[in-house]
Design a protein around this ligand. Structure first.
Ligand SMILES: Cc1cc2nc3c(=O)[nH]c(=O)nc-3n(C[C@H](O)[C@H](O)[C@H](O)COP(=O)(O)O)c2cc1C
Length: 396
């Protein structure tokens, strides 16, 4: 069994943060899978900026408050045990076979949302079943209206009640690591691929058992993926002329809650609400679409200022800890998501790694709220943001 801990490798429970899980994941999976998971667009400025700008948000601790914080959060009339969720990640089965279902099970166990991607390697129905009532669905709008309608009907029939339309991929991003690693689907046997397989035996064995990952949500509509890079495949499927009228149309099709994912411009946030969205998902796609994209944390502040305190705003891109979540909260987020944090965990240790990622984030959030002397996620607001004039980090 591949689950045995190799000699000299520390047990997962001794890994103390998401960055440690990422380091373990990098060792365990082939370079092309790591590049796909970890990489950003262009020279990866958007990716770096997410980290730098999150780091620039300082939090003000208050002591002698005696609080035991409540980390639960209400969203769309439902209370989740945690204020964070698992963002949609396409090709999760490439990162670690079974990663989607492992994470769906953790979402159910810890009572947090898990978003099934249109291009996930696990059928949305299977994710919905594993996640219980915690599954959401993410739609990449297809060029064919009948596919969109069918996907939404399937999601609803599977019991999913929250849907996010991703609007920030009018074209595939400039993913240079994928090009350099010659990452194509399905896998092309060759010396380079053979080397990666030989040097990552646990991943290779698990992948051999599961089979080469595909796109079960879309297979029934198209099937053919042969010989394409992932980005070429996505480009060939996604509706590249999406407009606000399409969003209005999805609004009519979808009886549940609808978020618009990938919003950065405050003007677009207002247009999305106007088109019938129930909430805004601020994101720069984890720095995967545009080198010059603003950090999501900066866009979040600007969007909250534009649309006011009422509308639901969720945010992702760069969240790696409970402290990052609190940073997003004081800048106006109602709820936060991460993609990589959880898939680093799954790639680092399958089901146990997925569980470790969720536990680390949950315990760090509790520590953070306690340290801040804040009674609950709901209560956390701009009063906990450090805006001291004497801090060089906050000048200007
Ligand atoms: C490997 C990978 C695949 C992704 N696939 C999708 C996808 O299929 N649909 C989507 O809307 N976003 C996708 N995203 C973006 C995530 O939903 C999320 O916005 C991003 O990961 C957040 O940044 P973080 O990874 O720094 O937490 C993907 C991200 C990664 C890392």
């Amino acid at each position: 069994m591949v689950r045995r801990i190799p000699r000299g490798e520390a047990p997962l429970r001794s890994l103390s943060c998401i960055h440690d899980l990422a380091r373990r994941a990098k060792r365990r999976i082939p370079a092309f899978a790591w590049g796909y998971l970890d990489g950003g667009s262009g020279e990866e400025g958007g990716l770096r900026r997410n980290r730098e700008r999150l780091d620039s948000v300082l939090l003000k601790p208050r002591f002698c408050t005696g609080v035991r914080p409540d980390c639960s959060a209400e969203l769309f009339g439902r209370r989740y045990a945690q204020p964070f969720g698992i963002a949609p990640v396409g090709m999760g089965g490439l990162l670690w076979p079974g990663a989607d279902l492992a994470l769906a099970a953790e979402a159910k166990r810890h009572d947090l949302p898990m978003v099934a991607s249109t291009v996930s390697t696990t059928a949305l129905e299977d994710i919905a079943q594993a996640a219980g009532g915690n599954a959401w669905f993410q739609l990449y709008a297809s060029r064919k209206p009948e596919i969109n309608r069918d996907l939404l009907e399937r999601a609803w029939a599977a019991g999913i009640r929250v849907m996010a339309v991703t609007v920030d991929v009018p074209m595939a991003g400039d993913r240079r690591r994928d090009v350099r690693n010659r990452f194509v689907l399905p896998f092309r046997p060759g010396p380079r691929f053979a080397w990666e397989v030989l040097t990552h035996p646990a991943w290779a064995l698990a992948t051999a058992r599961h089979g080469s990952p595909g796109f079960p949500n879309l297979a029934r509509y198209s099937g053919e993926v042969d010989g394409q890079t992932l980005t070429a495949f996505i480009s060939s499927q996604i509706k590249d002329d999406l407009g606000w009228d399409d969003i209005r149309h999805f609004r009519q099709l979808w009886p549940g809650k609808m978020l618009i994912k990938g919003i950065l411009a405050p003007e677009d946030a207002a247009l999305a609400l106007d088109a019938g969205a129930d909430g805004i998902w601020v994101s720069n796609h984890g720095g995967r679409q545009q080198d010059s994209a603003p950090a999501a944390i900066d866009a979040l502040a600007a969007i909250r200022a534009e649309i006011g305190p009422g509308p639901v705003v969720v945010m992702d891109s760069g969240i790696r800890s409970g402290e990052d979540m609190a940073r997003a909260r004081v800048m106006g987020a109602d709820f936060v998501f991460s993609g990589r944090s959880f898939y680093y965990g799954a790639a680092a240790g399958g089901q146990a790694g997925a569980a470790r990622a969720v536990e680390l984030l949950a315990s760090d959030l509790r520590r953070t709220l306690t340290q801040l002397g804040c009674p609950s996620w709901g209560a956390l607001d701009g009063r906990w943001r450090w805006d001291g004039r004497d801090s060089p980090d906050n000048r200007g």
